[in-house]
Design a protein around this ligand. Structure first.
Ligand code: ADP
Length: 398
């Protein structure tokens, strides 16, 4: 038996007693601590006998497994500090109980075992911490997914609930319009026009909510037809004429760049995307600016490019503009207008555009040198439209 092992056996009870007093101020915990400390010193004797700290590994594994993950109540966490206390208790006791020439040997022998086992313990604790963190991450991810699902459900249910009373309001306002025209009441007709604008806007918002729900549930259905991109652009041009009246932004369409060959797409949905991106260009460009629409042909695709001379998008924001509710953060800028300068909406438009273009098998993205309302660096949106030669068999189409 080594000198250290012998010394430990001779001083076992006193060491355990001193260690328990140091480690546990709480009377109730003392019996639990006693069991652990006894197991520790028994393994320590074995380690001293064999000159190998492995027996301590089993004790440490039990301790690491039993410990709770570090919390605010237990900021230091872990068992390394407890082992450091055991080391100090051992050293104090060696110094008190043995003459200096003998103590030196015992100190260095025990120091070697403590150093080796503390190293192994740190590794053990680090990997246990990693396991804890992974588990917490998985739990957090599951919770975020659960919240996302609840949000999507809420949007879907609200949209359908809102649609019914809106249809009733629309029906009554139609009847009212007929009555008013019978009586030639101009003042009432004007009031009704205001009401109709509100109803149309509400219908647009509800339709956006329904689109978002369909995209979330992967249930967006496309009705593919053979089309030419010129038809889409012409239709957009006609439709945005009215909404552009309040703004002085020049729309320049480079029609010669748009290919004449046909593709298969859902014309109503594609029109929705192109119109939204162009109107956004107008919305975020000050009066006197320009929105330019051009196209370039790529193998299998047409890249429809919408460039504006507007306020641009910051690098942090640009990563999120195609996410649902991306603009909700800035409630102060909220506006129900489609082209009002910087009039942010509910932040669904681009998310819907992405859902529609993804469902076509295409891609949509944005580029900008940054956000600056003084210098207006502008933004460029790319809508990558697949040029199919026959009707594609996609999930959205079957
Ligand atoms: P919103 O309903 O708020 O217009 P969108 O989904 O259409 O939502 O756009 C998301 C956000 O992307 C907008 O709030 C805006 O900050 C930014 N954005 C979109 N288009 C442009 C653009 N052409 N120039 C600058 N910012 C833009």
């Amino acid at each position: 038996m080594t000198r250290l092992a012998q010394w430990l056996e001779d001083n076992f009870d006193a060491l355990v007693q001193a260690a328990v007093t140091e480690l546990s101020q709480d009377e109730q915990l003392r019996s639990q601590v006693l069991v652990s400390v006894e197991a520790f010193f028994q393994s320590f004797i074995q380690a001293a006998e064999t000159n190998d700290p492995t027996p301590l590994d089993y004790v440490f594994s039990d301790w690491v497994e039993a410990r709770s993950s570090p919390t605010e109540d237990e900021p230091t966490g872990g068992v390394v500090p407890a082992v450091a206390i055991l080391k100090r208790v051992t050293w104090d006791h060696i110094l008190q109980s043995t003459p200096p020439e003998e103590a030196l040997g015992l100190l260095s022998e025990s120091d070697r075992i403590y150093t080796q086992s503390l190293l192994r313990l740190s590794r053990l604790e680090a990997s246990a911490l990693l396991v804890d963190m992974r588990r917490e991450l998985v739990e957090a991810k599951a919770y975020v997914e659960y919240l996302d699902k609840r949000k999507a459900d809420f949007v879907a249910v609200s949209a359908h609930e809102l649609k019914t009373p809106l249809t009733i309001i629309e029906g009554y306002s139609d009847i009212l319009r007929q009555n008013i025209s019978l009586h030639n009441d101009n003042q009432a007709a004007g009031l009704l026009d205001g009401m109709s604008t509100g109803i149309r806007r509400l219908r647009d918002i509800i339709q956006d909510m329904i689109d978002v729900s369909l995209i979330n549930l992967d249930m967006l259905k496309l009705h593919f037809q053979q089309i030419r991109l010129h038809q889409i652009i012409d239709a957009v041009e006609r439709q945005i004429e009215d909404v552009l009246q309040d703004r002085r932004v020049n729309i320049l369409i480079e029609k010669h760049t748009i290919p004449h060959r046909t593709t298969y797409a859902d014309p109503i949905r594609l029109l929705q995307v192109v119109q939204k991106v162009i109107l956004n260009g107008v919305k975020y460009t000050p009066d006197g600016g320009e929105v330019r629409i051009t196209a370039r042909e790529l193998p299998g695709f047409t890249d429809l490019i919408v460039m504006d001379t507007g306020i641009g998008i910051s690098p942090t924001k640009i990563q999120h503009i195609f996410d649902m509710f991306s603009s909700q953060v800035d409630v102060a800028l909220h506006s129900s207008g489609k082209t009002k300068f910087k009039g942010a909406g509910p932040g669904l438009g681009l998310a819907i555009c992405k859902g529609i273009i993804d469902a076509h098998g295409g891609n949509i993205w944005a580029e900008s040198a940054g956000h600056d309302e003084e210098t207006c660096p502008g933004s460029t949106f790319h809508i990558l439209i697949p040029m199919y030669t026959s009707e594609p068999q996609l999930a959205s189409n079957t």
